[in-house]
Design a protein around this ligand. Sequence first.
Ligand SMILES: [Zn+2]
Length: 344
Amino acid sequence: MKQDMKTLAETLKNDVYELCQPGGRMVDTVGHARAETWVQRRLGEIGCIPYRGDTFALPYHVDGIDFTNFAGVIPGADRTLAPVLIGAHYDSVIPHPCADDNGAAVAITLAVGQAVARSGGLERDLIIAIFDAEEPPFFLTESMGSRRFYEDQTDGRDIHFALISDLVGHDVTMPSDFLGGVAAMIASPLKPLTFMTGAESHPSLPGLLDTVKVPSGMKMIATLNQYVGDMSDHAVFRWNEVPYVFLSCGHWQHYHRPTDTPDRLNYEKMASIAVYAENICRSAAGTELLNPTETNDSIGFEAKSWENALGMFYQPVAMMLGVPDFKTRKHITRAAQSLRSFGL
Ligand SMILES: [Zn+2]
């Protein structure tokens, strides 16, 4: 098992270094065209077949600009069922490597596809979606790759569940001035944190996610999407009431900067996130997510995630974030606001 994680971390590292070149992957650039070729090749290598037609590329045009989404499928046991989708964007915001944003998530998404392919597939199809144009000026516009995919490029089976990740390559750090005297004590236990939103998107999700073990090497904290807003490609799924989960390690000092380079990522943490994402997809594929009849409240799941993630650092972190505990909606809301004010 340990050896498996090491091999997985190596694969993730290779993918990030190959994809995240110095010139970046901005739409309509040579670097973008190079990235397209690379994504296309990797989808084939991990064992995908095309989602539609006979190629992974799903081109689209908006306002005179050419864009390309990519989608491959690892066929499942029952191909008539609505597929699970795992996705991440591959474009970059500036002409620089943008390794954490979003090479890391592309590598993790491909790794999940590879693991599922090797195990013979899920109960239903798994779509590996590598989206174009998530970054500004396209963010949340008609040009955004995930929007064009969901609105124009999906087939008649709709999407059963979507897992999106963004900014999942780095250790969580906080500016030391915010930590004050407790800095040394809680800085290192916070590094493995990974945030989840979307458990609130379907009443069956908190229970389903509760059964998925969080691998060692990462710690997961679940909060509501409304605390942070639609930060990435999960937006279109949320708008269309597709049950979803969004994973992110939040913002950091290298966010949207030339210094977001492959050497700054934590590939062991990424391997843990990949295993976690795979197991969420597995669990979702095997669970009926019926039309919700009850309103969902994920507070119990969220409260437990804070407790499990923080362990013996529960009280100091609560104190730092200005709440007595992470048990009520009011306290978690306030704690999430504090985290946001720290720049996460
Ligand atoms: Zn970005």
